[in-house]
Write a protein that binds this ligand. Structure first.
Ligand SMILES: N[C@@H](CCC(=O)N[C@@H](CS)C(=O)NCC(=O)O)C(=O)O
Length: 237
């Protein structure tokens, strides 16, 4: 295979064509970090079952030559295993553990709350064929059957209340340029993927303008020619 070949990524998109899924965002960043070209195939939720052999139910899925890999963590591990001569996504097993911990912490303490504030935006911004599925499945699986309009009603106050939960990230970033140290790697991409997901949906911003996290967020959104500088993304403050 050509050393600069493109890796195909089945991308999960909103109606505007922008990526939605945090799991896809992190894989996009990972492929670019490895120095590959990205061949993103826009895919709606309803189209997932039509890709490749029809066996896939979730994205991301990548195709690299003859190899098909699904699941964002398995994809990162595959890229490091298959291309050890290129920049590592995880520089050590300890760093990988820390990255997984931080990712789980972020889901539990921040993303879960943000989701309940932005679920209705997802319905409004989804591809037409996804709208009904997203509303029904998200209300049933994640919102205890409550109508989204009711769930998001007090979101402005709740978004304010989530801001202090991000304090451990602010503390950490006081002493380090990236979560991974002097240069970003997959720890930063996992964390950036949450803010990119949020920006894909946030018709009302989650953060204050003077949030010190913006130093890192802005540098992250500038990576790879400005991956987070897309007009279809919403401002985070
Ligand atoms: N553990 C998987 C999770 C992937 C995942 O849950 N993807 C969601 C999008 S965020 C999906 O494809 N959902 C399909 C559906 O809900 O029908 C990974 O890390 O890739």
């Amino acid at each position: 295979m050509n050393k600069d070949h493109a890796i195909t990524l089945y991308d999960l998109i909103l109606a505007s064509g922008i990526t939605l899924s945090p799991f896809v965002w992190r894989v996009k960043l990972a492929i670019l970090h490895k120095g590959f070209k990205l061949n993103a195939v826009p895919t709606s939720y309803m189209q997932i079952k039509t890709i490749l052999d029809g066996s896939h139910t979730r994205l991301p899925v990548i195709v690299d030559g003859e190899t098909v890999v699904s699941d964002s963590l398995a994809i990162a591990d595959y890229l490091d295993r298959a291309y050890p001569d290129r920049p590592s996504l995880f520089r050590s097993p300890g760093e990988r553990n820390f990255a997984l911990f931080l990712d789980g912490w972020m889901f539990q303490n921040v993303v879960r709350h943000w989701f309940s504030c932005y679920c209705l935006d997802q319905v409004h911004l989804s591809c037409p064929e996804d709208v009904e599925y997203i509303r029904e499945s998200r209300e049933r699986l994640f919102l205890q059957g409550r109508p989204m309009e009711e769930v998001v009603a007090d979101r402005e106050q709740r978004l304010m209340a989530v801001r202090p939960n991000l304090e451990p990230l602010r503390m950490l970033l006081k002493d380090t340029r990236w979560f991974a140290g002097d240069e970003p790697d997959h720890i930063d991409y996992l964390m950036l993927s949450h803010f990119l997901w949020c920006a894909s949906l946030a018709t009302f911003p989650p953060l204050a303008r003077d949030d010190p996290l913006f130093d890192w967020i802005n540098r992250g959104f500038d990576l790879f020619g400005g991956i987070g500088r897309d007009d279809r993304l919403h401002p985070l403050s």
